[in-house]
Write a protein that binds this ligand. Structure first.
Ligand SMILES: *[C@@H]1O[C@H](CO)[C@@H](O)[C@H](O)[C@H]1NC(C)=O
Ligand SMILES: *[C@@H]1O[C@H](CO)[C@@H](O)[C@H](O)[C@H]1NC(C)=O
Ligand SMILES: *[C@@H]1O[C@H](CO)[C@@H](O)[C@H](O)[C@H]1NC(C)=O
Ligand SMILES: *[C@@H]1O[C@H](CO)[C@@H](O)[C@H](O)[C@H]1NC(C)=O
Length: 724
């Protein structure tokens, strides 16, 4: 179809050009190039559509799916090489003028399409390897699920998350490894293709080539630098896991990967129930509510779409969700037809916090694509460039981070805000733990995978040692004992794609989070609402697509607070967790003594930081007055005196005191709330003293009140909060 189009165009062009007397040849060159680029992009769209249909048929398990997919993927390589040649020949010295930035960008993206430039035979080898590998893993039915053998991948994931027995876990993982592609084949014939692909794209080394695809110079070095600052937290989490699962003797030593209930060790979230701190009510409750509401699969996607709408980031086209498939395997896979609103997801229906978080990331990616499409200047190549953009990873990642924000949990009716407010710091700690178990191992895995591949390709590892070098690397770098080839279960690995964009995206998402969180007047304000009202910088970044290289967008994305990647967004986010881990790993000398208690470093002092030391007394009076309807609240607040985290989070017991008082005093407390937040901390201090005095008086009043009147007030508070 394409050659005819081109031919037609050339005829048309030849007919017209004699009429254009007097135009300079550079103008002609430019017009020719512009038209060619337009045509090439249209042809790319055709190819994308056909490949997507084939890929979709393969994913849903149609019998001819894999064959069709292989055919499409192979011919795509030929097509790309041809287009690149065409564009190159049209690119004369006069074709681009100095101010042709958009055209220049398009041409660059078309001329350096990445691995598709490999020689035909080599390209075919690469896609054959990758397509077959992923197909086998997805559709094998010989997995060992512990109690049942011959199960599917979905069942394997499901059982892996629940299995406690170490031996069974090891067997399950082994059964998965049987279905991975051949390691020697990969090392001999697939990985080295990266060297050839670098050459074809005019780079001297794989590292340079990947820097170019990630559009970040010195990316691996930068990633290393960032990692060195995140590593202490990673190590603490690792040690804490060793301590909880294996006892103090195991601390600081590598752990076998199946112990993490993970296949590659890139996600430790299946361990959450073994690691919960003492006050983990929020986890139990969210987990129970997810089950109760059956928030898996499509329901989770719809819930995610609601949050994204509340954030004012756009509406997921209902058709996209309707035509997606939710009875397959997690994590979600997206297929893009490169047409407005034609994206489909395929995923599993299992309910879990991890799948719930994933759903947010997936739906945001869909909305991201819709947003890019809305911008008419974004032609194919500016939407779908073969580049690894951290911004493209970070914005959906940021939304997944928000899925566990107290206001988002409350909106989703998974955990009531008013209960959260009684013990915010205990709850935050649990939420941070859930996130850390997902993100920290990923960060490590991404960097390990990229560094290891570059090392192998540079010849830094003696030939004989290459086959075992991955497990050696993982042991030293990640403190995880893996098998030699388990990375071959990852789609990025089997297709030789760099993880650097994902790595940077993970770092950047915490910076985006921080940039918004810092704008809030107080930790207790509604972050979701705030973002909804100030999300221009997110929308702007999305609309630019690949028109701008992503590092140039970072500063605007972060409201000009930071100009590049910084690890502090991440480490600040995990402050509570960091401290908790410190206390767990090195408990205060005499464990139930408060001598070694270190004042927690809060993001900012809270207005509730009033010198109220009537913890226990306060608790009692509260317990007395709150009737059976609020047993939950009481439960949340029972703090064991033997628990060292009691002292650690002592501050929030006073939060309880203040919240209690506010109600009887003020009727229109919402407005008052907003005003007080604007006051300086100095003023808070004085207010604090006044309130502390008021405490005594009002407490007496409260005790005198009848139960049912108090209940009414609490209900009113709940209504107010849900309105807020
Ligand atoms: C699993 O499948 C294999 C081969 O298809 C078969 O030999 C074996 O009996 C099956 N095991 C069970 C428990 O069904
Ligand atoms: C890389 O290209 C060279 C030259 O075309 C070829 O001899 C070599 O086999 C290629 N490498 C791989 C792994 O195919
Ligand atoms: C999954 O659902 C689709 C319809 O959405 C159905 O056609 C297909 O048979 C189902 N597959 C399985 C394995 O249940
Ligand atoms: C679209 O691109 C053209 C140049 O190619 C530019 O003049 C115009 O301002 C762009 N439109 C938008 C909305 O960015």
């Amino acid at each position: 179809m394409r050659p005819t189009l081109t031919l037609l165009y050339i005829c048309f062009y030849a007919l017209l050009s004699p009429l254009q007397c007097g135009t300079s040849s550079s103008g002609d060159d430019r017009r020719w190039l512009v038209s060619l680029v337009d045509l090439v992009e249209l042809d790319y769209v055709d190819h994308c559509e056909q490949r997507a249909s084939a890929a979709w048929n393969e994913l849903v398990g149609n019998s001819k799916g894999l064959t069709a997919k292989l055919e499409r993927d192979k011919s795509f390589g030929l097509f790309v090489c041809q287009q690149t040649t065409d564009v190159k020949s049209a690119l004369t010295a006069h074709a681009l003028s100095a101010d042709d930035n958009v055209l220049r960008r398009k041409v660059k993206l078309l001329l350096q399409p990445g691995d598709t430039l490999l020689e035909t035979e080599q390209w075919i080898r690469l896609v054959t390897f990758g397509d077959n590998a992923l197909h086998n893993i997805r559709f094998a039915t010989n997995y060992d699920c512990g109690t049942t053998s011959n199960c599917t991948l979905r069942e394997l994931h499901y059982n892996l998350a629940r299995q406690q027995d170490e031996e069974m876990l090891r067997r399950m993982k082994q059964s998965w490894e049987q279905n991975l592609p051949d390691m020697n084949d990969y090392l001999e014939h697939i990985l080295p293709l990266l060297r050839n692909a670098s050459k074809q794209n005019d780079y001297n080394s794989v590292e340079e080539y990947w820097d170019a695809l990630g559009e970040y110079e010195g990316a691996i070095l930068k990633a290393r630098e960032l990692w060195e600052n995140v590593k202490p937290l990673y190590m603490k989490l690792h040690k804490y896991i060793a301590l909880r699962l294996k006892g103090s003797d195991a601390v600081g030593k590598p752990l076998p990967v199946h112990l993490f209930r993970s296949l590659t060790g890139d996600d430790w979230s299946n361990l959450i129930e073994n690691l919960l701190p003492k006050h983990s009510g929020i986890y139990q409750k969210v987990q129970a509510n997810l089950q109760l509401k059956d928030l898996g699969g499509e329901a989770a996607f719809k819930q995610a779409a609601k949050l994204i709408q509340a954030l004012n980031l756009g509406e997921a086209d209902p058709e996209v969700l309707n035509e997606s498939v939710f009875n397959s395997t997690c994590p979600p896979t997206l297929v893009d037809w490169c047409k407005p609103n034609k994206v489909r997801a395929i995923t599993c229906k299992d309910v879990s916090i991890a799948n719930y978080i994933e759903a947010h990331e997936a739906v945001m990616k869909i909305v991201y694509k819709q947003t890019i499409n809305l911008h008419s200047n974004n032609t194919y190549i500016l939407r779908e460039a073969s580049r690894y953009s951290a911004v493209y990873e970070a914005i959906p990642g940021f939304v997944s981070l928000l899925s566990l924000n107290p206001y988002a949990l409350s909106r989703a009716e998974l955990f009531p805000l008013e209960i959260f407010k009684y013990n915010p710091n205990h709850h935050r700690l649990v939420l941070q733990l859930i996130m850390a178990l997902r993100d920290l191992p990923k960060l490590n895995f991404y960097l390990a995978a990229d560094e290891w591949r570059i090392k192998v390709l540079m010849g830094a590892i003696p030939y004989a040692k290459i086959p075992s070098s991955w497990s050696d690397f993982r042991k030293n770098f990640s403190f995880i004992e893996t098998s030699d080839g388990d990375f071959l279960g990852d789609p990025y690995m089997v297709f030789n794609k760099p993880f650097i964009g994902k790595f940077m995206g993970l770092i950047l998402k915490y910076q985006i989070y921080q940039s918004f969180a810092e704008e809030l007047m107080s930790d207790e304000s509604d972050l979701v609402k705030h973002i909804a009202e100030n999300n221009d910088r997110l929308i702007d970044a999305m609309m630019q697509g690949f028109g701008t290289v992503w590092p140039e967008m970072v500063s605007d994305l972060l409201a000009k607070r930071e100009y590049g990647l910084e690890y502090t967004g991440l480490t600040d986010y995990y402050k509570f967790l960091d401290e908790y881990l410190d206390n767990q790993l090195e408990p205060p000398a005499e464990s139930d003594d408060s001598d070694d208690y270190v004042e927690p470093v809060l993001p900012e002092p809270e207005e509730n930081e009033i010198p109220v030391s009537e913890d226990t007394q306060d608790q009692k009076t509260k317990d007395q007055e709150i009737g059976e309807t609020h047993e939950e609240i009481i439960e949340e607040n029972v703090i064991d005196t033997g628990d060292e985290s009691h002292q650690k989070f002592g501050i929030e017991t006073s939060t309880v005191g203040v919240l209690e008082i506010k109600n009887p005093v003020a009727a229109g407390d919402q407005i008052e709330d907003a005003n007080t937040k604007e006051a300086s901390y100095n003023a808070y201090w004085w207010i604090g003293i006044a309130v502390a005095l008021a405490v005594v008086v009002i407490l007496i009043a409260i005790i005198a009140r009848k139960r049912h009147s108090h209940r009414k007030q609490l209900e009113r508070q709940r209504r107010d909060n849900s309105r807020a």
